[in-house]
Design a protein around this ligand. Structure first.
Ligand code: SF4
Length: 313
């Protein structure tokens, strides 16, 4: 691990301003992903800004009837919140399907959205990786790509976004709130928050360099049955091969998918289709697979089918 300096921020704007004052700085809250990356020298921040003490650890109702989740609410607390369990059950289920109990106790809402891919080549500093070192090449294309993306991929990167929580946030139409060093805040629809790899896979979100996430807001509940079905290589603790977040109510259905792309994948046009096969045909349109991950197309169809069967059970 490289040497770095540390400070504890006391306000959200102060944290963003500290980042602007220290080129190469990073925010740290739970640190469940960042510290691993620092030990491997994949992330080498010059300065860490501890944002754990900003009072962003509350879940509050909004005037619109939704919930405002502070950026540093721990994943365990969010999953267990009675309002989340009752009105946004897909979110609670997605959170509980991710990581381990110990990690969920530390991991935060904002950090979960910002966690980096688990592509093994990204973590292997002996191998080319455009995400880790732009322009160096992609070892996964033509390499071991079993758990890589099939939608929205580029010739530069086929990595997936690993968050389960983000997939549920996408199906719930969440918005992300941020603050910059000047104190200006903005809201970003979760649909626009994560980016596709294109020619710049090292850029994963639309956040500015010194912009700090302060909250994630859920709109008023839409009701319906909530399902989060995750298929993975081992039941105890693994990232998704494919996951489906579904909210199905009277006259509407919504689906978002994990494990398929560089961002939670949702195709609203597919939600008007009737039956799993018709929905999957639209969702998977344009899929680009490798011999090792072609199974994900079939698995997506089967998982969606299982979700719809569960809904009608
Ligand atoms: Fe790197 Fe992306 Fe290729 Fe993985 S898929 S090796 S993260 S460029």
């Amino acid at each position: 691990m490289r040497a770095f300096t540390y400070e504890r921020a006391t306000s959200a704007q102060g944290a963003a301003a500290a980042a602007a004052a220290h080129p190469g700085a990073k925010f740290i809250a739970g640190g469940t992903n960042l510290l691993d990356l620092m030990k491997l020298q994949i992330e080498t921040p010059t300065h860490l800004i501890d944002v754990n003490h900003l009072g962003l650890d509350r879940i509050e109702p909004t005037e619109e009837g939704g919930l405002r989740i502070g950026a540093h609410v721990r994943n365990t607390d969010l999953a267990a919140d009675k309002r989340v369990r009752k009105d946004y059950a897909v979110l609670s289920r997605a959170l509980l399907s991710g990581a381990s109990g110990q990690l969920r106790n530390k991991a935060t809402t904002a950090g979960n959205l910002l966690q980096r891919t688990r592509c093994p080549y990204f973590y292997d500093t002996a191998k080319p990786c455009n995400k880790r070192q732009p322009g160096s090449g992609c070892s996964a294309i033509g390499g071991f790509s079993r758990n890589h993306a099939i939608l929205g991929v580029s010739d530069a990167c086929i990595a997936t976004q690993p968050s389960d929580m983000a997939v549920a946030m996408r199906v719930l139409d969440a918005t992300v709130e941020t603050i910059d060093p000047d104190g200006a805040s903005r809201t970003i629809a979760i649909a626009d928050f994560h980016t596709l790899p294109g020619d710049t896979p090292h850029i994963e979100t639309v956040l500015g360099a010194n912009e700090l996430i302060t909250a994630v807001t859920l709109p008023a509940p839409v009701g319906g049955k909530h399902v989060y079905r995750k298929v993975r290589d081992r039941a105890s603790y693994a990232f998704a091969n494919v996951s489906v977040a579904a909210v199905i109510g009277d006259g509407f259905q919504r689906f978002a998918f994990g494990g398929l792309a560089h961002k939670p994948w949702r195709v609203e046009a597919a939600e008007k289709a009737d039956g799993a096969a018709a929905v999957a045909d639209i969702v998977l349109d344009g899929a680009r697979t490798t011999p090792l991950n072609a199974f994900k197309s079939v698995l997506t169809r089967r998982t969606l089918n299982a979700v719809l069967r569960e809904e009608h059970a």
